[in-house]
Design a protein around this ligand. Structure first.
Ligand code: ADP
Length: 208
């Protein structure tokens, strides 16, 4: 489960972003909507523990994440939270396999080729294991980034505009893969987007 309470954030101590109290039950899906500048990316950064709020609580998997030290919070993120962005943020000089190994390494896990192969197969991209990431199409690169986010079987998946730069076919494929992976792991899925195409898929909305 994800829960936020009395949460607010600021970048410059002048303007404050206040977020509504909200919770998402384990395994449920939610779409985060709101105009540009309403705080969607900020909230995702807070939920992933990358940005510290100036007030309030964030509870993920029964853990108040801002009570953890920075080091423990980074480990917690690696193990429990799958992050997906609009751009895949893969390291071009490395193969798909080595990009995946890095995610295991940063979560403090041993590199596990069999798990890497399994997840790549689940997102229909097993044949790209040894490809360099610059050889991938946009849709393929986004699948790799989803596979990377799912490697450690996260309890929470946070996706920031994961489909906005994709054509209709890839948008549908990427959504279906995200939903399948979330269901398979019993994970909660929060997608921040202005992509109207996703509204039909997820009726539960958090509007900022
Ligand atoms: P959204 O994702 O909904 O477009 P953001 O979370 O990016 O909104 O931004 C919310 C507000 O915070 C905006 O007013 C934006 O200008 C401000 N903001 C975002 N990032 C920074 C930053 N690094 N420094 C200062 N202000 C920022």
């Amino acid at each position: 489960m994800i829960e936020i309470k009395s949460l607010s954030a600021t970048y410059d101590n002048k303007k404050y972003l206040n977020f509504p109290d909200w919770q998402l039950t384990q395994g449920d899906f939610c779409l985060m909507l709101g105009p540009s500048g309403s705080g969607k990316s900020t909230l995702l950064h807070i939920l992933s523990g990358i940005m510290q709020p100036n007030k309030g609580h964030v509870t993920i998997a029964e853990t108040d994440i801002f009570k953890l030290s920075q080091v423990k919070r980074d480990k917690f993120r690696g193990k429990n939270i799958g992050l997906i962005f609009q751009k895949p943020h893969l390291i071009d000089s490395l193969s798909v396999r080595d990009n995946m190994f890095m995610a295991q390494y940063f979560a403090g896990e041993k590199t596990d080729l069999s798990r890497v192969k399994t997840v790549l197969a689940e997102v229909n991209i097993a044949d790209k294991l040894n490809s360099k990431t610059y050889e991938l199409s946009q849709g393929e690169a986004q699948r790799v980034s989803i596979a990377r986010a799912m490697l450690n079987k996260p309890k929470v998946i946070l996706a920031d505009e994961p489909t906005s730069s994709l054509d209709d076919d890839n948008c549908e494929a990427v959504y279906q893969i995200l939903a399948e992976q979330a269901k398979k792991n019993g994970a909660s899925l929060l997608i921040s987007t202005h992509d109207q195409r996703l509204k039909n898929h997820i009726p539960n909305h958090l509007t900022l």
